[in-house]
Ligand binder design. Structure first.
Ligand SMILES: Cc1ncc(COP(=O)(O)O)c(C=O)c1O
Length: 386
């Protein structure tokens, strides 16, 4: 049997990881500024996380949601405390797309309406409704096409007001990333998020804060939407929530009421997933990682500004992007193969930085020095061949 070949791969096999480093099968060490796609929040193989999972494995890994699972309650309490959303309700899932899907579905159950407002350059996942609210026709199959989604230009207040003026009575929810990830690190304006809040209040629509990539402390606040000083009705979470263990969830405001049978999942909230998620929150708290993300992010952005050749440095905390001009188009590859640094990308020319929130100052310097040298080498090579 062969694997279904959908991923363009780097020719590298990672076999070991610790903190902000990973190693390949030849023993080569790489600095991980990509966090396996924003997943590594507390650092690879963090000893507390490993021990929590190991201990849980020796007790029970899985039993279904047909019995009490006190670890879920423990996780909800801890999440409420650290996120500041103590009066919210938690529903546990296993992936980001599933979180999107359930958030949109729950909103529609709640207000009985069908239309969803989503934004240009959005990414919310690849399952049916999740991909329908994603602004990328290449990954939407005919069966996913729907008239229920209205796309609005990102951060365009006038356009959003017009959509609500025309369709307000039909709009069930508005879904927005606080910082767009796949779309290229675009920060939602605080005023724009405040407008979403007030329009949702006015028209009885649900404000869904997709926090799968920009949440869980990465932005320097627990949710990047918190910068706007407004509460969303539903927050989606995944990626950093398990530090690599597949666990996801939605936080639901108290006015949205549950009903037995309304939502459900086999794997969501199993004992092992809860143990992993609790370990992550314990480390975030113990190591003050939300504040660390803010500080390290500011430091990286400041130093990036002094590096010639890259443009439009943006983002918050440890979710940073910059544009790479055409003459440096091989920069990301060079960083990976010549300097052994993993970074993320966004099409067509954005480098994304999504390291562990526990990255050290020394490691950020290691990255910034490598970046500077890589740019100089490309420029020098160009000068020699010109
Ligand atoms: C903002 C956002 N939402 C949802 C998803 C989907 O998450 P998953 O790949 O876990 O289904 C992603 C994944 O990259 C994402 O970045």
């Amino acid at each position: 049997m062969t694997l279904f070949d959908v991923y363009p791969l780097n020719d590298i096999t990672i076999v070991k990881a610790q903190g902000s480093y990973v190693w390949d099968d030849n023993g080569v060490q790489y600095l991980d500024m990509y966090g396996g796609h924003a997943v590594i929040s507390i650092g690879h193989t963090h000893p507390h996380w490993v021990k929590r999972i190991e201990d849980q494995l020796n007790k029970i890994a899985f039993y279904s949601n047909s019995v009490h699972i006190p670890l879920q309650q423990e996780l909800a309490a801890k999440l409420g405390k650290i996120s500041g959303k103590e009066d919210y309700q938690l529903f546990l899932l296993s992936s980001g797309a599933e979180a999107t899907e359930n958030a949109l579905k729950l909103a529609s159950f709640h207000n009985g309406k069908k239309k969803i407002v989503a934004f240009s350059k959005s990414f919310h996942g690849r399952t049916s409704l999740a991909v329908a609210v994603t602004d990328n026709p290449n990954i939407v199959a005919p069966v996913n096409e729907t008239d229920n989604v209205i796309f609005c230009p990102f951060n365009d207040e006038k356009a959003l007001e017009k959509i609500f003026a025309e369709h307000g009575g039909e709009i069930s929810s508005v879904i927005i990333e606080g910082i767009q990830g796949v779309g290229g690190i675009n920060v939602a304006d605080e005023k724009f998020l405040q407008l979403i809040r007030s329009l949702c209040d006015k028209y009885n629509a649900v404000y869904i804060a997709d926090s799968v990539q920009c949440g869980y402390g990465r932005s320097g606040q627990f949710f990047s939407h918190d910068y706007a000083g407004v509460n969303a009705d539903i927050y989606t979470m995944a990626k950093g929530m398990g530090n690599g263990f597949p666990v996801a969830g939605i936080l639901i405001a108290p006015h949205i009421k549950p009903k037995h049978g309304m939502l459900g999942t086999t794997f969501g909230g199993n004992q092992l997933a809860c143990a992993a998620a609790l370990a992550v929150l314990e480390v975030i708290e113990e190591e003050n990682l939300i504040e660390m993300a803010k500080q390290r992010g500011m430091y990286i952005k400041n130093r990036l500004k002094s590096i010639e050749g890259i443009e439009n440095i943006r983002g918050r905390g440890l979710m940073i992007g910059f544009d790479v001009p055409a003459e440096l188009k091989d920069l990301r590859k060079k960083l990976l193969y010549d300097f052994n640094v993993f970074t993320g990308e966004a099409k067509p020319n954005v480098i994304r930085l999504l390291p562990s929130l526990a990255i050290s100052k020394k490691q950020t310097d290691e990255f910034l020095d490598a970046l500077q040298e890589a740019i100089e080498e490309i420029k020098n090579q160009k000068a020699v061949t010109a």
